[in-house]
Design a protein. Structure first.
Length: 438
């Protein structure tokens, strides 16, 4: 009897172990891929391979295992411990990582049939946010095989006879492998910003011409950032009750920066605009003035620190933060110092990646009272140990090209739709950086 009991117990244990081993199948893995990966790894998206059907995922199983264990994928560079949670946090939970690892270690079994969510995959030429109300299309920028390219621009006259509110915008990047960045700016009537250049034509102004402004000109009346693109960009509406304003008679200006890669190309990038049917309760305002235009990184410096700050002249909620540096950039931290003396770390990116520049959208945008000081501290590695460093012997300052550097913490703030946004800034920002050594 004792032997029979032991045998039965052993049989139950072995059967349970086998059932447990076979428990994790592609049916368990698919929801994780949908949530964390398919936004990029789909046809027409930036990911190098689609991760849709089981047959597409299975060959990459071991690579997926290695990427999620090392946390190289999904790309998410914000450190834990920020004061506020992020709406677009794509980092995997410990449970999700364990499920993927168990699936691969079990031989990546298929299991019950699962249907990939059709809305997670769009065909090339489709729009993630649905069909836009208005599409602005680059009229063809010629990209040569080689050389250093300066910023090029095109001005789109919109001919709006009334104020228009934009609830979302989505870039369709054409020559993705050669686009360094794209910015779309709103230029109000009477603005000095690139006022001497023709509309509907590609042109390349000098840095001085780009920075030209009247001494009494208000910051946001001159130009406002509508939507930017860098590698890592993902479209999303700003707020259910918030939008960006395009005043009657305004133009939209594309700022375009391309890199050469040995192939000639013609770029026809598009920007889709999604218009609000009515004026919202809140206005979303992009701010690019939390920056250090005078940084000067010494040769071979492995830990150069750059500091920037700005003080709010009126209250606003903080919607998003996007760190921007070039290939020597290695870290950035953005902090708030409130009028009552409290301090918060709003975002810490200890391992910045130039090739994946995330806009960190805050889940519940916190109030920044009048007098709040926003600080950005950026770290740079100009040493030979930085494998991306083009010239460790150079003193590096602000500049457009990747061989130079930048320090910007792009912010999006939320204010009442009727608020005077010019009161947000207490100091008129400097427009042009000082090259290193001058």
């Amino acid at each position: 009897m004792r032997i029979s009991i032991v045998s039965v117990a052993l049989g139950i244990f072995l059967a349970g172990s086998c059932a447990q081993a076979a428990e994790v199948t592609y049916a368990n893995v698919r929801p994780i891929l949908e949530k964390r990966c398919v936004g990029c790894h789909a046809r027409g998206e930036i990911g190098p391979m689609p991760l849709g059907a089981y047959a597409e995922v299975r060959p990459w199983a071991k690579a997926i295992r290695a990427a999620v264990i090392s946390k190289a994928m999904p790309p998410w560079h914000a450190a834990p411990g920020s004061a506020h949670a992020f709406l677009n946090d794509r980092s995997m939970t410990r449970g999700e990582i364990d499920t993927l690892v168990k699936w691969v270690d079990a031989g990546s079994p298929d299991g019950p049939a699962v249907q990939a969510r059709s809305h997670a995959i769009r065909e090339p030429g489709g729009w993630r946010l649905g069909d836009p109300d208005l599409v602005l299309r680059v009229p063809g920028v010629q990209i040569p095989k080689s050389g250093i390219l300066q910023y090029s621009f095109v001005i789109f006259p919109l001919h709006f006879d009334h104020d228009v509110w934009v609830r979302a915008a989505e870039w369709h990047i054409d020559q993705r492998g050669q686009v360094h960045h794209m910015n779309a700016f709103v230029r109000e009537p009477g603005s000095s910003y690139l006022a001497d250049f023709p509309k509907n034509e590609i042109f390349t102004p000098t840095v001085a011409e780009r920075g030209k402004k009247r001494s009494d000109e208000a910051v946001f009346a001159r130009r406002q950032l509508l939507q930017g693109y860098e590698p890592g960009y993902a479209p999303m509406p700003w707020l259910p009750d918030g939008a960006k304003l395009i005043k009657a008679g305004s133009d939209v200006i594309f700022e375009m920066h391309f890199n050469t890669n040995g192939k000639e190309a013609v770029d026809h990038t598009e920007l889709g605009l999604y218009l609000s049917p009515a004026a919202p309760l809140n206005r979303v305002v992009a701010v690019d003035t939390l920056r250090d235009l005078d940084l000067a990184i010494p040769p071979a410096s492995a830990n150069y620190m750059s500091n920037a700050s700005m003080k709010l002249g009126s209250p606003a909620r903080l919607l998003s933060i996007q760190p921007h540096m070039h290939v020597r950039g290695k870290s950035m931290e953005v902090r708030a110092i409130y009028p009552d003396g409290r301090k918060e770390v709003l975002l810490s990116v200890p391992k910045y990646d130039f090739n994946w520049q995330t806009t960190y959208a805050i889940k519940n945008p916190p109030l920044m009272p009048t007098g709040t000081v926003l600080e950005s501290v950026a770290g740079y590695d100009n040493s030979p140990n930085n494998k991306f460093n083009p010239d460790p012997a150079a003193t590096v300052g602000w500049g457009d090209q990747t061989t130079s550097e930048m320090h910007i913490a792009f912010l999006e703030l939320v204010v009442d739709a009727k608020a005077d946004v010019e009161k947000l800034l207490t100091v008129q920002p400097k427009m042009i950086g000082t090259p290193a050594g001058r």
